[in-house]
Design a protein around this ligand. Structure first.
Ligand SMILES: NC(=O)c1ccc[n+]([C@@H]2O[C@H](COP(=O)([O-])OP(=O)(O)OC[C@H]3O[C@@H](n4cnc5c(N)ncnc54)[C@H](O)[C@@H]3O)[C@@H](O)[C@H]2O)c1
Length: 509
């Protein structure tokens, strides 16, 4: 990764500590706050140092502390607001680092600082007036910092994400063959390199709000967030935009968003003029490891999910793990259900890896996340390559956890990944009941799913009315002579399909 040091500068209350700690968790780098180092060195708080020793001495301590940080690596440094007014500090901090000015408007700074004015000696009195005064004095120096990031009205996660887009992660993984898949942190920023000719971008609204400056000059159709977009009404709007833009058979449709966006866009790309180029940029974890790869697309019709659709390979799939930083926690965590599912099916070592690194993965550690995404994509694509259109039955293995999962998703109105996680627990239980699944393996997977916060609705699912559950499963699955092909996890890396009747599936423990 290059560079290996991030320096955050800016006014008091600009978010240096909050954003710095967040970056430290994401990158697994140490976080250092120069004010805290000074307090440790002197054995007094910053207000005490100002009161007892004066600002001049404080600046000397600051200078000493900063000079000691110059050669550190893998570190995030948050400086005091006035540190870079001293040229020596500025030069020393700038060396081998990504130096950032966290900007906020004066009004925003006043709003934030008003909450804790007493811990900041320079604004303890006349807080508002002093903030404006200091901002005016320091702005010319801050403007010399190489990268300015806006923090006004932005959540710390979005600010951290913006900063990370300035790093070069130097990692790139490819899975090709049936679909050309690139996994690269930061790839969204260089979309232009992947697209030639006329094109149109289909983007979910929330995603647009996060990345709008990357796509400002593009030909864009915004779609609603979530499954409401997967209907004929929104599809119609996109067909019309394609026609209005004169997109021909050699044109490209680019989808940017979660599984709902790629399901909708893939369908349109496969049907408009009997098929145009489709580039998919999945931006949720669930879509990066599952929904956005493998070439299935679908629209909902009325209240029936995924009933209209085709099999259609994207021309390219661009997976940018950095996009996941802005995803809310629940939407992020649900992706791990599909990752654990794939690990059980085809990558047993990935289970060990997830157990070992669950905390870092929950913190969205980008290098580890990139590895996990790559390995999960490989498992799915190995299966899809063998049985793209679900003809030989191999692709059915990917349904692990989904027979019950689909029913839970609809009845409990929970996220797809959360439902699949509970479905996985159910398939393990059934495996144990038939003496096919080792009980310790089952417990291990349940623990792992729980670690990722995916079993919060388990009890509710267990207490569902059996008839209601059966009705949903019958409705969803193709039954053959009253039986369903059910995927049972036997041991890490081994799953089998067993034909089971509804009575065998739905039983009380
Ligand atoms: N085709 C398949 O093989 C397949 C498989 C599984 C699921 N699916 C489908 O996928 C859909 C669910 O996908 P999903 O979970 O990705 O949900 P989603 O597409 O509905 O996205 C969830 C929310 O996250 C927002 N979002 C997306 N990326 C973001 C980012 N980087 N930062 C901030 N916000 C972001 C979206 O705007 C949306 O509000 C369902 O429609 C399901 O049927 C398809």
């Amino acid at each position: 990764m290059n560079p290996r040091k991030i320096v955050l500068t800016g006014m008091m209350c600009s978010g240096k500590t909050t954003v710095g700690k967040l970056l430290s968790r994401i990158l697994g780098w140490e976080f250092v706050d120069t004010d805290s180092l000074i307090e440790k060195k002197v054995g007094k708080t910053i207000p005490q140092i100002f009161e007892l020793h004066g600002e001049k001495s404080f600046r000397e301590y600051e200078r000493e502390v900063i000079s000691m940080l110059e050669n550190l690596e893998n570190v995030i440094i948050a400086t005091g607001g006035g540190a870079i007014l001293d040229d020596r500090n500025f030069d020393s901090l700038k060396k081998n680092s990504l130096m950032i000015y966290l900007h906020a408007t004066g009004d925003e700074l006043v709003k934030r600082c008003m909450k804790y004015p007493h811990s900041r000696p320079l604004i303890r009195e006349n807080t508002e007036g002093n903030i404006w005064k200091i901002l005016k004095e320091r702005e010319p120096v801050y403007s010399k910092v190489p990268v300015k990031i806006e923090t006004t009205e932005r959540k710390p996660e979005i600010v951290a994400q913006r900063i990370l887009y300035h790093l070069n992660f130097e990692t790139q993984e490819r899975v090709d063959g049936i679909e050309d898949i690139l996994i690269e942190p930061g790839a969204i920023k260089r979309m232009d390199e992947f697209i030639q000719g006329r094109n149109i971008y289909v983007i979910q609204r929330k995603v647009w709000r996060v990345f709008r400056d990357f796509f400002e000059s593009k030909n864009i159709v915004l779609i609603p967030d979530g499954d409401v977009a997967k209907g004929l009404g929104v599809a119609r709007k996109i067909y019309k935009s394609l026609m209005d833009a004169g997109i021909d058979r050699d044109g490209t449709l680019v989808s940017i968003g979660g599984g709902a966006a790629s399901d909708l866009s893939g369908f349109i790309a496969s049907t408009y003029k009997r098929g145009i180029k489709f580039i998919n940029v999945p931006t949720t974890l669930l879509s990066q490891v599952d929904a956005g790869i493998g070439g299935k697309n679908a629209l909902n019709f009325g209240r029936i999910k995924n009933v209209i659709g085709t099999f259609y390979h994207p021309f390219k799939i661009i997976i940018d793990p950095l996009a996941l930083i802005s995803l809310n926690s629940r939407a992020y965590r649900q992706g791990f259900a599909e990752i654990i599912k794939s690990a059980i099916i085809g990558d047993p070592d990935l289970i060990d890896f997830m157990e070992e690194h669950s905390d870092e993965l929950l913190n969205r550690n980008i290098p580890l996340l990139s590895k996990v995404i790559y390995r999960t994509v490989r498992v799915k694509m190995d299966i899809v390559r063998e049985d793209f259109e679900e003809k030989s039955g191999v692709r059915k293995l990917l349904n692990l956890g989904h027979t019950f999962g689909h029913a839970y998703e609809v009845i409990l109105e929970i996220y797809h990944g959360e439902a699949v996680a509970i479905g996985l627990v159910k398939s393990l239980e059934i495996g144990v009941k038939f003496g096919m699944t080792d009980e310790n393996f089952s417990k291990r997977i349940v623990r792992l799913l729980d670690k990722f916060g995916l079993l919060k609705k388990l009890l509710e699912a267990e207490n569902l009315d059996a008839e209601r559950l059966m009705e949903k499963i019958t409705h969803d699955k193709k039954m053959k002579s009253g039986k369903v092909d059910f995927v049972i996890p036997v041991s890490p890396g081994e799953v089998v399909i067993k034909s089971l009747s509804l009575d065998e599936l739905v039983f009380k423990r």
